[in-house]
Each structure stands twice: as structure tokens, then as C-alpha cells.
Design a protein around this ligand. Structure first.
Ligand code: F6P
Length: 386
């Protein structure tokens, strides 16, 4: 009797296991969203290679970020497509930091004013029409916020963190950041020599939105005399006095690395433009020119502004970014194989792991005021503007 019972139990367990077996993954979609950065192609390469060679699944490359999902523009990626792209900057898939599915421009009204609509339904429809089992979204905070909305509509997503801003929550590093630091450092070094020859105060404006990581790293790396980041509101008198004090000591030039998002105490950031159909419509820029005028008026020293701009996002990824991007992509495909949906690949304490995308959506990782980099900068006499 006991034997019959255990056979029946075994039979039941088998049937239960079969009916609850995960559906096998046959096809995944991959997109790159938001502003581009060096290393995106390295991720696309490892995902496509491992998917085809190790898992035997198809990869559809979605064109121009969420725009490709909205417009149903995607194509199958072959091994040939991803050959020879490891060292290439940008993204072979194209990207967009404007196509916000919740606020997408679908046309214009009689007066020519844009009409915006929530087109998330369209994305979900195209995802199912193409018989995708999962979406791999390579992007920053805006892309992950969009991914979270898709997750809530039942789309399985794996996230991979990129951005030169390094401002994604729960990851110590995003790929693309280290290359941007290298590029910015080289640019500041070049400005250093001309600043010194002409005895000028030189402002160098860096990207990073509301986070000062890029400015702090490249400012320290290039020995900037003043570093201004959004997390520490500045006082223009303090900065000017620092320049004058250097001058009195015989240092006839000053390098000021300033984040595009820096703002004076009690004041506002400088907005360059508003991009209404972008998940983050505010585009910062122009603070260096404002500060140059104020510092010149205060110090009577020749002061010039330089905006590094998109040069910081371009070019070939440096070695560490190629390795990090490949490591992130490798982890992403492991999560696909294990069907560990709705997680973002992260780097924490030197280990590649994962966190739920819900924990990073809609948040920004700013530089903590007690961060050792700030203390490090101050210890070599750098003025932080406060
Ligand atoms: O997020 C990356 C980034 O380069 C930011 O540092 C910058 O504020 C923004 O994108 C610029 O965006 P755009 O290319 O649309 O001007």
C-alpha cells in the first residue's frame, strides 16, 4: 500500500514539475537606450555570440532604443554582424534618448503643436508579435525606468547598466564611464598647457547631468585646481579668491573643472534646452560661460570657458571598459539562461551580480558628500567651491 502511495506521489510530482516547467527561451531582443557611450558594442557582441553559440537562441537587434520597439524596427543579428565590433565606439543598433514610450509624439494638432501619447501598448504588442521571450535593455536610468513599466505589463527584462555619468543606483560602476574619464582627462591636460602659457583661468565644463562623478574623477586625474560638482553648491567669491591666491603665490593660471549640473549656493543649474519628448527633458549646459564672466569680473584675470561636450561620449572604449562590458553582457546572458527576469546586472565590491530593476528605476546615484574622493581632492589643496 505504501509502495502504491509513493508511486502515485512520484507520478503527481512529475506531472506537477512538467506543467510548471519554464517555457524555453527561443528568441530575445536587445536594445541600447539613452545617450550612447563606449562599450555598447562589446555588450551586444557577447550577448549575441553567447546566445547563438552557447544557448542556441536567436537575437533580434532592436534599432534606436525604445523607438525600434515602438515602430517595430528590429532585425536578426548574426555572428558576422557582431564580428569586429569590440573596439568600436557608439552602438551598431543606434540609440535614442528621446523616445519615451509614455510620452511619445504621435503627430501635431491643427496649430502645429505636438501631440503626445502613451504608446506602451504598441511596444507590448510588437514584443509578442515578434515572439520575443525577453528584452535585454542596455541603458541608464531612463532606459531602466522604461524597462520597469514594461515589466509591469508582463514583459520579462534583463538590464545592463551603461552611462558616462556613472549615476545608476546599486552599481559601483557603469561601463563607458572609465573611457569618458580618460577622454576628459586628456582634454584637460591639453588645456593645462595652453592655460599655463597664456596665464589664464580656464574653465572646463563636463557632462554628468546631476551627478559629479565624471568631473570629480577627471578633475582629480588632471590636477584641476578647482572642482565644482552638483552635489556641492559653490560660492563664486570663494572660487575667485582661490584663483587670486594662486596668482599671489606665482601660479599664473588656474584650471577649473566644472560639472554641467553645478549650481551656486541658493541658485539654479544652467539649462541649455528642453527636449519635450525625452524621459529626462532637461539638457544642462552653459555654466562655464556664466562662471567665466563672473570670475573675470571679480579677479580681473583673463578667464575662458571650454565645453567638452559629446567628445566625452565618443571614441573607442579603453581596455577596462571592454572587459567590464563583456563581463556585464556575459552575466546578462546567464540570467537569460536561468530566466532570472527583471534584474539589472551590477558591479558591487568587485563582483558582478544583480538587483531588481524596480530598485534602480527613477533614481540617480549622486556623489555622497562624505565620499573619499572629495576628501582626497581637498587634501591636495583643490578648492571644491564651498
Ligand atoms: O547621460 C549622458 C549624457 O551625456 C549626460 O551627461 C548629458 O547631460 C546628456 O547625456 C546629454 O544629452 P544629449 O546628447 O541629448 O545632449
Amino acid at each position: 500500500m505504501a509502495e502504491i502511495r509513493s508511486i502515485a506521489l512520484l507520478f503527481f510530482e512529475r506531472r506537477f514539475a512538467l506543467s510548471h516547467r519554464k517555457k524555453s527561451v527561443k528568441r530575445i531582443g536587445v536594445l541600447t537606450g539613452g545617450g550612447d557611450c563606449p562599450g555598447l558594442n562589446a555588450v551586444i557582441r557577447v550577448i549575441t555570440k553567447a546566445a547563438i553559440l552557447k544557448l542556441g537562441i536567436e537575437v533580434l537587434g532592436i534599432e534606436d532604443g525604445y523607438l525600434g520597439l515602438i515602430r517595430n524596427r528590429m532585425h536578426s543579428l548574426t555572428l558576422d554582424d557582431v564580428s569586429n565590433i569590440l573596439t568600436r565606439g557608439g552602438t551598431i543598433l543606434g540609440t535614442s534618448n528621446r523616445a519615451d514610450p509614455q510620452h511619445f509624439q504621435t503627430g501635431t494638432d491643427a496649430e502645429g503643436k505636438p501631440i503626445f501619447e502613451d504608446v506602451t501598448n504598441r511596444i507590448v504588442e510588437h514584443f509578442h508579435d515578434r515572439e520575443l521571450d525577453c528584452l535585454v535593455a542596455i541603458g541608464g536610468e531612463g532606459t531602466m525606468t522604461g524597462a520597469q513599466r514594461l515589466i509591469e505589463r508582463g514583459v520579462p527584462v534583463i538590464g545592463v547598466p551603461k552611462t558616462i555619468d556613472n549615476d545608476l543606483m546599486h552599481t559601483d560602476l557603469t561601463f563607458g564611464f572609465s573611457t569618458a574619464v580618460e577622454t576628459a582627462t586628456q582634454c584637460i591636460d591639453k588645456i593645462h598647457s595652453t592655460a599655463s602659457s597664456h596665464h589664464r583661468i580656464m574653465l572646463i565644463e563636463l557632462m554628468g547631468r546631476n551627478a559629479g562623478w565624471l568631473t570629480l574623477y577627471s578633475g582629480i586625474a588632471s590636477g584641476a585646481d578647482v572642482i565644482l560638482i552638483p552635489e556641492i553648491p559653490y560660492d563664486v567669491d570663494v572660487i575667485s579668491e582661490h584663483c587670486l591666491a594662486r596668482s599671489r603665490r606665482g601660479k599664473r593660471f588656474t584650471l577649473i573643472a566644472v560639472s554641467e549640473g553645478a549650481a551656486p549656493k541658493g541658485g539654479h543649474q544652467v539649462v541649455n534646452r528642453i527636449v519635450y519628448d525625452s524621459p529626462d527633458p532637461i539638457r544642462l549646459g552653459g555654466i562655464s560661460a556664466v562662471l567665466a564672466q563672473q570670475i573675470a569680473a571679480h579677479t580681473h584675470l583673463e578667464t575662458r570657458a571650454n565645453i567638452l561636450g559629446h567628445i566625452q561620449r565618443g571614441g573607442t572604449p579603453i581596455g577596462v571598459d571592454r572587459v567590464l562590458a563583456t563581463g556585464f553582457g556575459h552575466k546578462a546572458i546567464q540570467l537569460v539562461a536561468m530566466q532570472e527576469w527583471n534584474n539589472l546586472v551590477v558591479l558591487r565590491n568587485g563582483e558582478i551580480g544583480m538587483v531588481p530593476i524596480a530598485q534602480v528605476a527613477g533614481q540617480q546615484r549622486l556623489v555622497p558628500l562624505e565620499h573619499q574622493l572629495i576628501a582626497m581632492a581637498r587634501s591636495v589643496g583643490t578648492c571644491m567651491g564651498d
